[in-house]
Design a binder for this molecule. Structure first.
Ligand code: BTN
Length: 253
């Protein structure tokens, strides 16, 4: 383990396990969580061979060009509040990326971070429930920092901070700022609930006011973010329906 003094925070990142190649930082973090490491421990890898995204998708990186991290959380909360964590993380990542780059970073429900319509970062929150309460949440964050091209289908949909700004970024600086923002938002959320996160998310959201063609045949316009993190959609027939991201699952690999 490397104690990365340059990125450590009081809580988020108080221990940073900096690794070379792994299958997925989510798996490394799960293993550490099972060993009982404290909340806020971070796994940071240079490359993943089986990085994963939401809904069974893969997350492809360029070695040493991305930020690939997983953070261990142990929230003492009812499972119904878990979806709020990935929204909270989205706000923290957006704050950090906008703060470091001064680029226009927006959020697309549930947890994509975009710059000028292209995806720059994604968030994957995985949880193991014990008797209906979250035991541990592994918060995975992938940020395209210094990639200069994306091949295949990613080509038209993904971007990086470097591609948008025209110069490379120091990944440790981005991570330090991200951990600061995450720590601040997490403490705020535990103390005051979802409302401040919800306001901040709405402020940065691309999704609200846009047309949605969701899973399960829901088609309409996204009108709000509900208290439980669901997206409220006004369907073409005028009904209000809630879409849930449903990204809390705990694959054992
Ligand atoms: C998504 O947009 O679908 C979420 C992508 C999450 C990718 C990150 S990279 C670090 C962590 N390890 C993984 O295998 N996935 C997450």
């Amino acid at each position: 383990m490397t104690q990365a003094a340059d990125v450590r925070g009081a809580w988020a990142g108080r221990a940073v396990h900096r690794l070379g190649e792994v299958d997925s930082t989510q798996n490394e973090a799960r293993r550490l969580a099972d060993e009982g490491v404290p909340e806020g421990t971070v796994v940071w890898a240079e490359h993943q061979t089986r990085g994963r995204g939401r809904l069974g998708r893969s997350w492809v990186d360029e070695p040493a060009a991305s930020l690939l991290i997983s953070i261990i959380l142990r929230p003492a909360l009812d499972a119904s509040r878990l979806p709020q964590i990935s929204l909270l993380a989205g706000v923290a990542v957006a704050d950090a990326l906008a703060g470091e780059s001064e680029l226009p970073v927006t959020l697309s429900w549930p947890n994509d971070l975009l710059i000028r319509g292209r995806k720059v970062a994604g968030i994957l929150a995985e949880s193991c429930l014990t008797k209906g309460a979250p035991g541990v949440v592994i918060l995975g964050i992938g940020i395209n920092v210094n990639q200069t091209h994306f091949s295949g289908e990613l080509g038209g949909r993904a971007t990086s901070l470097a591609m948008e700004a025209g110069h490379p970024f120091d990944r440790a600086r981005v991570l330090r700022l991200l951990l600061e923002r995450l720590e601040a938002w997490y403490r705020w959320w535990v103390a005051d609930g979802f409302q401040p996160v919800r306001e901040a998310w709405r402020h940065r959201a691309e999704t609200l006011g846009r047309r949605i063609d969701g899973d399960g045949g829901v088609a309409g316009v996204a009108v709000d973010l509900a208290d439980d993190g669901a997206l409220v959609v006004k369907t073409d027939s005028g009904a209000l329906v809630r879409l849930h991201a449903g990204d809390f699952y705990a694959p054992r690999r």
